[in-house]
Design a protein around this ligand. Structure first.
Ligand code: NAD
Length: 265
């Protein structure tokens, strides 16, 4: 299967090139970058410090979508919305890892999924998808006297906060409690804000260094505290999951799928 990478020179893009190259049954269809990127026309294999791959970094997403069976997108929200429209036009599978999409950009994903297969996940690691199930279960069992707090720490380049994964963990906790996250979420605290309302789901964001992605969900109750933590040590776990999702997507009917669907949870 031919897999294209948009945002191929980014942190995740480079991991994805290597992941496609090392996956049986997957072939690199090409990669794109923003038009002003200094590595345009560079061979993709050389870009990741390997042997020549015979395909160059381009700034023509339409040509990539025409050439690929599936495209993997870890870029920026504006680009992802445009890529979703291209996936629909060309009936190409699209795997979306970009986080921080606004309502209109998310609607572009939903619209495209009427015409083609989209797999979207805030986190493509197997471990986080197990964690999502554990978090929902714990929230369904513990009464709301157990305060739920979600902490994420990422490298200093990350632009969105809380992380997409932290929000997905919040959604899972809210689902376990039978409430809407938007009704109970507190994403920022500053100043004299008063006592913590019962039932609130709080978020805290740390940014620094080269941390790939740490997430902790806390249930702080009377006399005891439960903490469930996941730490990603390498972006490889996301890249391998995304390539797996692309291969899986080629056998599906049009629709919007999650990593839970890919893993059969
Ligand atoms: P990055 O900044 O290193 O890479 C993004 C790349 O996209 C850049 O190289 C940029 O030039 C490129 N880009 C921008 N506009 C483009 C366009 N129009 N066409 C093609 N390429 C374009 O960032 P990153 O750390 O690789 O993360 C990218 C996204 O993936 C972020 O939203 C991040 O939160 C998300 N992410 C998701 C997961 C997951 O498992 N879902 C894991 C890691 C990162």
């Amino acid at each position: 299967m031919k897999i294209g990478i948009v945002g191929a020179a980014g942190r995740m893009g480079r991991m994805l090139i290597a992941a496609v190259q090392s996956t049986d049954g997957a072939e690199l269809a090409g990669g794109t970058e923003a038009a002003d990127h200094p590595e345009i026309n560079r061979d993709l294999g050389e870009l990741v410090g390997g042997e020549t791959a015979g395909v160059q970094l381009s700034s023509d997403p339409r040509a990539l979508f025409d050439a690929a069976d599936a495209v993997i997108d870890f870029t920026v929200p504006t680009a992802t919305a445009a890529h979703a429209a291209l996936a629909a036009q060309t009936a190409t599978v699209l795997v979306v890892g970009t986080t921080g999409l606004d309502v209109d950009q998310q609607n572009a994903i939903h619209t495209a999924s009427e015409k083609t297969v989209l797999v979207q996940a805030a986190n493509f690691s197997v471990g986080i998808n197990v964690l999502l199930g554990l978090v929902e279960k714990a929230a369904s069992v513990l009464p709301d006297v157990y305060d739920i707090e979600i902490l994420d720490m990422h490298h200093h380049h990350k632009v969105d906060a809380p992380s997409g994964t932290a929000l997905a963990l919040g959604e899972a906790a809210a689902a376990g409690r039978g409430v809407n996250l938007d009704d109970v979420a507190c994403k920022v605290r500053d100043g004299i804000i008063g006592a913590r309302p019962r039932g609130e789901i709080g978020f805290a964001t740390l940014r620094g260094g080269d941390v790939v992605g740490d997430h902790t969900v806390m249930y702080a109750g009377p006399g005891e505290r439960i903490e469930i933590t996941h730490k990603a040590a390498s972006r490889e776990v996301f890249a391998n999951g995304a390539v797996r999702a692309a291969l899986w997507g080629c056998d599906q009917q049009p629709g919007l799928y999650s990593m839970k669907d890919v893993l059969g949870f």
